[in-house]
Design a protein around this ligand. Structure first.
Ligand SMILES: Nc1nc2c(c(=O)[nH]1)N[C@H]1C(S)=C(S)[C@@H](COP(=O)(O)OP(=O)(O)OC[C@H]3O[C@@H](n4cnc5c(=O)[nH]c(N)nc54)[C@H](O)[C@@H]3O)O[C@H]1N2
Ligand SMILES: Nc1nc2c(c(=O)[nH]1)N[C@H]1C(S)=C(S)[C@@H](COP(=O)(O)OP(=O)(O)OC[C@H]3O[C@@H](n4cnc5c(=O)[nH]c(N)nc54)[C@H](O)[C@@H]3O)O[C@H]1N2
Ligand SMILES: [Mo]
Length: 776
């Protein structure tokens, strides 16, 4: 790849690129000169910056425009849109927000708007929306993320914080020099390392993995997919049944304890409550010893292998890595708790290259070694409304106004939602059991979204406001997880009449008489300068020298020097637990948490336990015998740019690929390239078959991200023609504690699709009625 220094710069969650532009059109994005391993994902946007999938004007659903809020909600995603002027659209949104505010109160506005949006510091869609909604009196928000909600609720009870340790995972530099065994539950799939939230200047996950293997580290990949670890590292693949990691770790813990390999000094000095966990491990109360034999029957891994791993990891310097995906399953609180427990028994927490890590599997930045730039953000102002939902309870919220729900030790009530406003996320990508969501989606009077392309969210909204892409605006790439700071150029003009999210909200605010409150009299450029100058002052206070604003814009980027000392998670705590206690009630690692025990939840007791997931291969299910793993896509970020050439080039017969083991394919008479129907009680979708030994028997893998494409959009439960796995996944909370999503606990069946394969319509825009004199 040529480096093309001097061409305009842009950043996104998948890297930093220089743009080749001709006649006002982006021709190519090339990884910039500082990235040794640029991600090809960026190419996905080049061919869809214009064309039919791009939204060029504000649009309003026909019945809503003609008859007002709540009219024919069942026709969302079915009936045509009418193109309107910005003036008209702003007025409609302003009036509707005022109506709902006055009649129902601000808690009836759901502005959670979960999603990844794009990477620039200022044009961050959620921050813009949240500030705007706070200026109008507040909104019902969402708490935590789809990525690891169960851990966000649980780990603070065990370690005092989750985020603090997520961002300080032991760095690759420490691993390369010290680790002997790297055992990774969920692997370290390099497909995921292409991404770094908020942007990155250089990709280093693959290089570090390969160097780690070269330095002699033994990798053990515990995963349903062999491909979760690249062949170059020569790891051992252990295909445990999905969702049984907690049982496997209990079997390891039992062996370590019974063979006298347990580091009791560590447990005594640094942890609390091992004595309350031990009876469970030894089966003193329930009569079931959590032995290697017991674990073997659950995980389908041999007893000798479990014992071998237990001995190995306790005698050598070991890093226990747990992928974030382990939290996105039924009882997803348990695997992280149990991993911390296991690492405590080995006693290497806080030592170089030892202990545990949350998700070397997940993104580029985990394992990075960088100084944190205390960057400022666009201020969101105060939310006066206290109502919230755990992020993945969106269908429950819409379906059950007034109903009580449990969450992390307390009980709350779902408010009655009249407006849903989404900017920068795609619930028809991220949420489970889409057919249930579609029912729930009919409830609110009004659904508004800011989007740039005609994806399902846009198609199923009442008012769609067209926004720009990062290539059409200036911004600053700056995150606490990357040493590079990049001045993002406006590379092309905004498409059609699209506007930046800031402009969209400033104009609506103007119609509502609160423009000054929202903008504080600052333009977009003023705000970017303000954010940078705030950061400059904070950096100076932290003794980090960065260029002045004007200089930064001129020189385009800078890099903060990487610290020379490797990061070692919990090093300070290990060195002096009295001086550096954890933020837990005991100041120690809480193997038993009295706080959690006192919640009295039947699905989450006071120490880690194995619970059978609601759906898994250990419970014989003749109707749906295959476990579906819907993991992150290698060729895009979630649903973003699924309509681009790059993602499309991976489809099989225009359908999302489904990987299957040869034995399972033979049983169903399937060949490579066949189109199949995947189904269970919740829904069905088509997929294209790829047969591979890389997937364990009994498991099938289909990445997330294919745009939902119902065969008959007006029929509830209609088959998705394209391959969105979330028509199949269950919509249930991990437990009363975390209420996280459980996409990875999903059983299905597949069969060859013998009918004529229907035409794909996922990327077709809706019917649009233009030039309506009355509305323009
Ligand atoms: N089955 C299954 N489901 C899953 C998962 C799984 O493992 N399995 N993983 C879950 C996880 S971890 C996550 S994080 C979620 C991800 O779910 P999301 O983050 O909701 O998915 P994205 O496709 O990234 O959605 C971002 C949206 O923002 C829009 N956008 C981009 N830039 C801008 C902008 O500047 N302004 C505005 N207004 N919009 C913009 C994009 O067009 C896109 O529609 O999915 C979850 N869902
Ligand atoms: N290219 C690309 N990279 C991404 C993203 C993307 O959309 N595209 N999304 C980003 C986001 S938002 C997130 S949250 C992270 C997510 O990071 P992860 O959660 O780590 O990503 P996944 O790919 O969902 O899961 C990793 C692997 O876990 C394995 N797995 C699933 N269930 C089990 C199980 O029960 N036990 C074991 N042992 N293994 C299991 C699967 O085989 C899967 O490939 O990825 C980020 N990186
Ligand atoms: Mo995520």
């Amino acid at each position: 790849m040529t480096k093309d220094k001097g061409l305009p710069l842009t950043s996104n969650h998948w890297g930093t690129y220089r743009a080749k532009v001709k006649n006002g059109k982006v021709e190519e994005l090339v990884g910039w000169e500082h990235d040794k391993d640029p991600s090809p994902i960026a190419q996905g946007i080049v061919d869809v910056l214009d064309g039919p999938t791009r939204i060029d004007k504000p649009m309003v659903r026909k019945s809503w425009l003609e008859r007002g809020p709540g009219a024919n909600n069942n026709l969302r995603g079915v009936e045509p849109f009418i193109a309107v002027s910005w003036d008209k659209a702003e007025e409609l949104v302003a009036n509707e927000i005022n109506r709902v505010k006055e009649k129902h109160g601000n808690s009836s506005i759901f502005g959670g708007s979960y999603g990844w949006a794009s990477a620039g510091r200022f044009h961050h869609a959620q921050s813009q929306l949240h500030r705007f909604l706070n200026c109008v009196g507040g909104y019902t928000r969402s708490k935590f993320t789809y990525s690891f909600a169960a851990a966000e609720a649980m780990v603070p009870h065990i370690l005092g914080s989750y985020r603090a340790y997520l961002d300080t995972c032991t760095s690759w530099e420490s691993i390369k020099k010290n680790t002997e065994i790297f055992i990774c539950f969920g692997g370290v799939p390099i497909k995921n390392g292409q991404i770094s939230q908020g942007g990155t200047g250089h990709h280093y996950q693959k290089e570090n993995l390969i160097e780690s293997a070269k330095s002699g580290i033994e990798f053990i990949n515990i995963s349903p997919l062999k491909s979760d670890l690249i062949n170059e590292v020569n790891g051992e693949w252990i295909a445990a049944r999905p969702n049984t990691d907690t049982a496997l770790m209990l079997g390891l813990a039992h062996t370590i304890y019974s063979e006298g390999l347990c580091d009791t000094d560590f447990l005594n000095k640094y942890t609390e409550g091992f004595d309350k966990f031990l009876p469970y491990l030894l089966g003193k109360n329930d009569g079931i010893e959590k032995s290697a034999e017991w674990a073997s029957a659950i995980c389908n891994i041999s007893v000798s292998k479990i014992k071998e791993i237990a001995t190995k990891i306790s005698k050598k310097r070991s890093m226990i890595s747990v992928s974030w995906s382990l939290t996105r399953q039924d009882h997803g609180e348990q695997p992280f708790w149990m991993a911390i427990m296991l690492a405590s028994m080995i006693g290497q927490i806080g030592l170089p290259g030892g202990g545990f890590g949350f998700g070397y599997s997940a993104t580029n930045f985990i394992g990075g070694q960088f100084k944190v730039l205390p960057g400022a953000a666009f201020p969101q102002a105060e939310n006066e409304i206290e109502n919230f939902i755990p992020v993945a309870r969106i269908s429950d919220l819409l379906l059950n106004p007034g109903k009580k729900f449990d969450f992390n030790g307390k009980s709350y009530v779902y408010p009655d939602t009249k407006i849903v406003y989404w900017a920068g996320g795609n619930p028809f990508h991220h949420h489970q059991d889409l057919n249930r969501l579609i029912k729930a989606w009919e409830k609110p009077d009004t659904i508004i979204s800011n989007e740039w392309c005609w994806n399902t969210l846009a198609k199923r909204s009442d008012i769609v406001l067209p926004c720009t892409t990062p290539l059409e605006r200036t911004d600053i790439m700056m995150t606490p997880r990357d040493p590079f700071v990049v001045s993002m150029d406006k590379i092309i003009e905004p498409y059609g009449q699209s506007k930046n999210d800031f402009e969209i909200f400033a104009n609506i605010a103007k119609k509502m008489g609160i423009e000054e409150k929202f903008t504080e009299g600052k333009s977009q450029d003023d705000w970017q300068e303000w954010i940078y100058k705030q950061t400059f002052d904070r950096a100076a206070a932290a003794n980090i020298e960065i260029p002045k604003y004007e200089k930064f814009r001129e020189q385009k980027w800078f890099k903060i020097n990487d610290p020379t000392e490797p990061t070692i998670m919990l090093k300070d705590f290990r060195e002096d637990p009295k001086k550096n206690p954890l933020d837990t009630p005991s100041g120690k690692i809480e193997i038993f948490s009295k706080t959690v025990a006192d919640f009295n939840y039947d699905d989450c007791p006071g120490h880690p336990v194995w619970f059978e997931p609601c759906e898994w291969l250990g419970k014989v299910n003749k109707k749906y015998p295959l476990h579906l793993i819907s993991n992150q896509p290698k060729n895009k970020l979630h649903s973003q740019m699924d309509h681009g050439k790059y993602s499309k080039s991976f489809k099989i017969n225009e359908r999302e690929p489904l990987e299957i083991n040869p034995l399972d394919a033979n049983k169903r008479n399937l060949k490579n390239g066949d189109v199949v129907r995947m189904f269970n009680e919740r829904g069905s979708c088509l997929a294209g078959i790829k047969i591979t030994d890389d997937v364990m028997q009994g498991v099938v893998q289909m990445s997330t991200g294919a745009w939902y494409d119902p065969e008959n959009p007006s029929q509830y439960g209609s088959m998705c023609k394209h391959g969105n796995p979330n028509v199949l996944t269950p919509d249930k909370g991990t437990s009363k504690l975390g209420q996280g999503p459980i996409a990875h606990s999903c059983l299905i069946e597949i069969e060859k699709y013998n009918d004529k394969v229907p035409k794909l319509t996922a990327f077709d825009p809706p019917t649009i009625i233009r030039s309506n004199a009355k509305t323009n």
